[in-house]
Design a protein around this ligand. Structure first.
Ligand code: BTN
Length: 242
């Protein structure tokens, strides 16, 4: 076991990602997980806020995969696989992946992933993979685009501890396979809700609209633009379905 060898549980922290970064800087081992019942300053992608009321799952994992900065997007994107699998298996609802890092159930965002790196040049010292899941959350307490709560969709609450256990098991299994080169783009595409859809990718004022075609080897999304050109969207883009 790598992920979950050590799990630190907190009632409340500003952000489990920040707490994990501090631990890693103090020399904490790979695989250590820090989880909290609430966050007071949860962070989303692209500097956004991540609402973190009681009932959700908030955790961060220290990873030292020995990859370069250029390989980070692929690991981030692929890490959605065990999250979607754990949600599908536990809730019996069909969880799909929306590139680059969202998990969607019935068109609503139920989980997000945020990977942060401590690097020197292109070498990475460690990564922190943060995962937020709206498990037993009151959707009225959530901000952001089209959020969904798994318990509200199911009509009942879920066992938080049992879910955490399954999630860590799936993450560990996935990570060991990833390190052995056993996770393929097809594993991702099987769970994707994006491929074949008309989408718009945006960064700042730039907009690219077209059909999502496939993921390249680095985890970037390839789009056939409405203008006939091919575009490659990397980690700085956000994506919406049209
Ligand atoms: C996103 O969809 O924008 C990513 C959201 C990631 C949220 C998680 S919750 C646990 C960890 N700690 C944080 O501050 N953020 C991540």
């Amino acid at each position: 076991m790598i992920i979950g060898r050590k799990v630190i549980l907190k009632e409340e922290v500003p952000s489990t990602n920040d707490a994990a970064k501090l631990l890693a800087l103090e020399g904490e081992d790979e695989g250590t997980v820090i989880a909290a019942r609430r966050q007071t300053a949860g962070k989303g992608r692209l500097g956004r806020h991540w609402s973190s009321p009681e009932g959700g799952v908030y955790l961060s994992i220290i990873l030292k995969p020995g990859i370069t900065a250029g390989e980070m997007l692929r690991l981030t994107v692929m890490s959605g696989i065990p999250v979607a699998d754990a949600i599908s298996e536990f809730t019996l609802m069909d969880a799909r992946l929306k590139w680059p890092n969202d998990v969607i159930v019935s068109g609503k965002k139920v989980a997000g992933l945020l990977m942060e790196a401590s690097s020197k040049g292109s070498a990475i010292n460690f990564l922190v993979l943060g995962i937020g899941i709206n498990l037993n959350t009151d959707v009225k307490e959530l901000e952001g685009e089209n959020p969904g709560s798994l318990s509200e969709m199911a009509g009942h609450k879920f066992d938080h501890e049992a879910f955490l256990h399954l999630l860590l098991f799936k993450l560990d299994d996935f990570y060991k396979s990833y390190l052995k080169g056993m996770i393929s783009t097809d594993d991702y595409l099987k769970r994707s809700s994006v491929i074949g859809r008309h989408v718009t990718g945006s960064v700042g004022d730039q907009r690219i609209s077209g059909t999502a075609m496939y993921l390249d080897d680095m985890g970037a999304l390839i789009i056939k633009g409405d203008d006939g050109l091919t575009y490659r969207l990397d980690s700085v883009y956000s994506l919406r379905y049209d």
